[in-house]
Ligand binder design. Sequence first.
Ligand SMILES: Cc1cc2nc3c(=O)[nH]c(=O)nc-3n(C[C@H](O)[C@H](O)[C@H](O)COP(=O)(O)OP(=O)(O)OC[C@H]3O[C@@H](n4cnc5c(N)ncnc54)[C@H](O)[C@@H]3O)c2cc1C
Length: 403
Amino acid sequence: MHVVVLGAGIVGLACAWQLKRDGFDVSVIDRAAPGAGASGGNGAQLSYSYVQPLADPSIWKQLPKLLLSPTSPLKLRPQLDSLQWRWALQFLAACNGHRSRATTSELLALAARSRAGFEAMRADIAPDCDFSATGKLVLYASADGLAGAQRQLELQRGMGSQQRLVNADECIAIEPALASYRSQIAGAIHTPSECAADCLKVCVALEQALRARGVRFLLGTEINGFDRRDGRIAAVRTTAGAVEGDAFVMALGTASHRLGRELGAYLPVYPLKGYSITLEVDPAAGAAPTVNVTDSSRKVVFARIGSRLRVAGMAELVGHDASIPAGRIETLVAATRAVFPQAGRFESLQPWTGMRPATPTGVPIVGRLDGAPANMLFDTGHGALGFTLAFGSAQRVSQALGA
Ligand SMILES: Cc1cc2nc3c(=O)[nH]c(=O)nc-3n(C[C@H](O)[C@H](O)[C@H](O)COP(=O)(O)OP(=O)(O)OC[C@H]3O[C@@H](n4cnc5c(N)ncnc54)[C@H](O)[C@@H]3O)c2cc1C
């Protein structure tokens, strides 16, 4: 069976790897290079055991400050776009305890599967991707925040996550580079098993390995629509002509909504814009972190990838605007200087922006959808956890195709 994967972000490439491994004939189409969308400069965290959904009841208390503060990590610029409004209302409706617990459970199950898939991929192609398994600390600045975190910890522990609450001294013992930030730490959740890697390097390595195994790549090729025959998709229409296949997997990130609509499927996938900076670290012991750190009050994540530190954050509902305002980068630099003042060379950092393909609940859309032809499968809407979940959803897609 020939399966055509639409999109060469981490989700499409993980799918292509899994499908090839399971014996399918595979082609991949993308208008750009592998990892050029949301995957390339992401936060680099493989957060398999700590999946706190964005749609959580705690958002109600934080919302006024998040929407009104000029330095807020959340930004809403209303658009003349019904998807934005519908998405925002569905998101707010999902901010309740019941949905948040259900999402946590679904994401943890998918993440566990994804960890196994990522490990199988590493064993298979040995990508050079600055992989580390040094664990993660999620820092809280107040007793209130810590109490909320403890509830999430207990919920996740009941679902199999190995985590514990640690005090400020324990944080610094785990990650000495946090020493000068001690006064800002009320406590943290420590998850020793979490990992990190450079997602762009994973994408590039997957392309190389898959090409060597006979997977066809049509890069620089825009997908414009679909040709149907007898209620099925016969081909995708692209700038390189029609590409025929027996089955298709839509892994187009934030473009999935628009192209899904052409097929009669409603995909509530909206761009949640974020930013990152990457800097070369100071190699002196204790200068830059080696453990993944999330500062929950600043809503910024730090991950060590080889000789570099990746710092990522912000969530903006501003449509498909790919600009990088200097102020957003300054906020990330200020956060890094505050938490890890000795981290590295701030004068030579690389700014980046990307759009998380987010569903209102945070649960991705994986498999067939009502209204769409049966030979079109979807693998999209992984939001803030696409790197973490990609190999788990790839397995589900492959199984749905009969693997
Ligand atoms: C700031 C930030 C930090 C993040 N941090 C983390 C993290 O630490 N851990 C984690 O797990 N996740 C993280 N994420 C989320 C993760 O990066 C995304 O969920 C993931 O990259 C989504 O992958 P994707 O393949 O679905 O989308 P993309 O990587 O965007 O891939 C979609 C592909 O489709 C192609 N495409 C779109 N339209 C067309 C068309 N018409 N024709 C041809 N090709 C098309 C694009 O060129 C693109 O290559 C972060 C995201 C951001 C923005």
